[in-house]
Design a protein around this ligand. Sequence first.
Ligand code: AMP
Length: 171
Amino acid sequence: MDQLQKCIRDIPDFPKKGIIFKDITTLLNNTDAFKKTIDILAEKFKNDNIDYIVGIESRGFIFGGALAYQLGCGFVPVRKKGKLPAKTISVTYDLEYGTDTLEMHEDAFKQGSNILVIDDLLATGGTAQGVCQLVKKLCGEIIAVCFLIELSFLNGREKLKDYPLFSIIKY
Ligand code: AMP
């Protein structure tokens, strides 16, 4: 974990003052670290009969796509409003200032499918909570929600307490 943590770069005051942005591009361009990340997640979920990884735009796509390949399952993108071409379901959730809307195709998976939700980072948990609501709307079975990074001091886990939660690196 230490080896992975060292590959994450802190960018102060991005995208706005007071936020320390966890930049994962420095992990992605490290061959060993990226592979190790996917290996850890694949090992963790290899016996859970995951049917689909639901990845959150946009960094969730990078880890989710690689993990879906490794687990031999499908991948479902959750995207910002207006990006998906077919009929969608949507969820709107609160941000620090204002709201955001995420969408998923309404035929993304069959009801009862085993779903693993993934994003790069858990902060307040609002985004992942919204995505779990979308999965539940389609009657998906949420096996777990997973992240590369968890900012524990923001207590995002509380919003996701109905589901098993796994994160590799905690701050
Ligand atoms: P939240 O809904 O508060 O849990 O925010 C999670 C989403 O915002 C994820 O998609 C993260 O990629 C992004 N995010 C929030 N805070 C940070 C941070 N400090 N560094 C990098 N990404 C962040």
